[in-house]
Unconditional design. Structure first.
Length: 118
């Protein structure tokens, strides 16, 4: 199984980015996919998750109202629309799939860098 994330980049405070992640090697139609992030000097943290049905969406408090997670028509894809970005959103964003526990996932992508300048 491989997860390939893309869409990161450099953006100014208040800007927007859309992250994409595509899974290959197995299907996650009936499973969860999620986004995590690791900021410089900090531990990895959960950002958001979504079931293959498009339901059961969860966000961490710091991104509620600014980030939107969604699944593609081909549900082995997951997106993260990020708006009103803040410098504290700067991190490497990781795509994950195949939930094995609360905010625990079996498969991980390599990550995509998001940098928000002040």
């Amino acid at each position: 199984v491989q997860l390939q994330a893309s869409g990161g980049g450099l953006v100014q405070t208040g800007g927007s980015l859309r992250l994409s992640c595509v899974a290959s090697g197995r299907t996650f139609t009936r499973d969860y996919m999620a986004w995590f992030r690791r900021a410089p000097g900090k531990e990895r943290e959960f950002v958001s998750s979504i079931h293959g049905s498009g339901n059961y969406i969860v966000y961490t408090d710091s991104v509620k109202g600014r980030f939107t997670i969604s699944r593609g028509n081909a549900t082995d894809m997951v997106y993260l629309q990020m708006s009103n970005l803040k410098p504290e959103d700067t991190a490497i964003y990781y795509c994950a799939a195949g939930r094995i526990g609360v905010r625990e996932y079996r498969y991980w992508g390599l990550g995509t860098q998001v940098t928000v300048s002040s």
